[in-house]
Design a protein around this ligand. Structure first.
Ligand SMILES: [Zn+2]
Length: 116
């Protein structure tokens, strides 16, 4: 038996090469299965719902720190401090779309009750 095939287990035992190769093949086919599943999942973004996030948005003039947490958006840009919404949060709402919870897609202006 060449040293190349001697593999120590967690228990400190050496595995027979055939046992080792079978185990290796099982692990590889399991990993290949996961990669294929990931490709399918990646085509179904509606499976994902962000419960919170942070991001840096490179605006035309400056970088802005964006976050969504506890059902609220925040952006460090000047416009957001006045309007509680801005082009950066709106762009992220469009990009992430179905991956955001419903309340994250509502702008503060829409959330206000209609005037009678
Ligand atoms: Zn902003």
């Amino acid at each position: 038996m060449s040293l190349r095939y001697r593999t120590r287990t967690d228990a400190g035992l050496f595995l027979h090469p055939v046992v080792y190769l079978k185990q290796e093949m099982r692990m590889r086919s399991s990993l290949i299965g996961k990669i294929e599943k990931a490709k399918r999942y990646a085509q179904e973004p509606e499976r994902i719902t962000f419960s919170g996030l942070t991001a840096v948005f490179r605006g035309d003039n400056d970088d802005h720190k964006l976050s969504y947490a506890g059902g609220k958006w925040h952006c460090t840009c000047h416009f957001f401090s006045q309007w509680e919404t801005c082009s950066h949060t709106m762009a992220l709402q469009q990009i992430l779309g179905k991956m955001l919870p419903k309340e994250a897609l509502v702008s503060p202006m829409e959330a206000q009750p209609p005037e009678k």
